[in-house]
Design a protein around this ligand. Sequence first.
Ligand code: ADE
Ligand code: ZN
Length: 326
Amino acid sequence: DPALHLALTMPKAELHVHIEGTLEPELAFALAQRNGISLPYADQAALAAAYNFDSLQSFLDLYYACADVLRTADDFRDLMLAYLERAAADHIIHTEIFFDPQTHTARGIPFATVLDGLEDGLKQGRARWGISGRLILCFLRHLSEEDALATLAEAEPHLARIDGFGLDSSEQGNPPSKFQHLFARCRALGKPVVAHAGEEGPPDYIIQALDLLGVKRIDHGVRASEDPALLARLAADGVALTVCPLSNLKLRVFPDMHAHTLGQLLAAGVKVTLNSDDPAYFGGYLNDNIRAVQAAFQFDAATWKQLAKNSFEASFASKAKKAGWV
Ligand code: ADE
Ligand code: ZN
């Protein structure tokens, strides 16, 4: 399939990947050993066998438990390097990476330890593979707005190293409206903001993210297909969706790839991008997502070129950089 070959090998940007979600079982056990702690699983195979989710929450419970092996700046650096190596192998040349500081600071890991390690990994990754990486700080929406505001205060001395802010974790029951003050502050700091919306939650959460949080792009947004007026708005305003197909299957947003709304979103003219979300947990990195999408949809070369172009246009890289890419 020449279109698939093109899609796999062409330069791409990834805009939706959680660094904690790139923790492979092998590295999880290596870090547990290095830090003298034990995981509640006998071995890598037993851990991998637990990756059997029936909802976003069932995944998040395991994802937060595994993050406990991340203790030192070296751990965060090694995690970042492992992801960047795989990203480079998939011909990703630019990646905007989420990190969840509250998952770590709540365990007593200093904010600066997390950031220093991730930064070190980005620097080494750029030197080794020529890949450019940005960091997007994500707030956990199952926690309070006060908790997020305290995290933002911790982040403020490090703003030069943070390229944007996002919102993730348990969506249902935690609408964007809960974080209006927080996001107003983030925007006042001059940083772009994004939010997970319309993954498990209703289309109204996408509308809230746009109207109440002022987001520049929507993470997931796959339930926009349920609201024709919203679809038209997303297309008219050029709002990008960072769609994560294998994630949506693993978390049972859709029963199979044929039921995925990706085709409807593209047909409506929405600026769709493809991404891996939590590749260690969901069965693959970006090119694995591309293979799975192509098996179900058989897109032509022009569609794959458009998807790659969208990934650069929707990125937070400078205009000059984007001009060189697209
Ligand atoms: N955190 C990590 N992955 C996530 C996802 N797919 N949705 C919400 N929060 C997340
Ligand atoms: Zn996500």
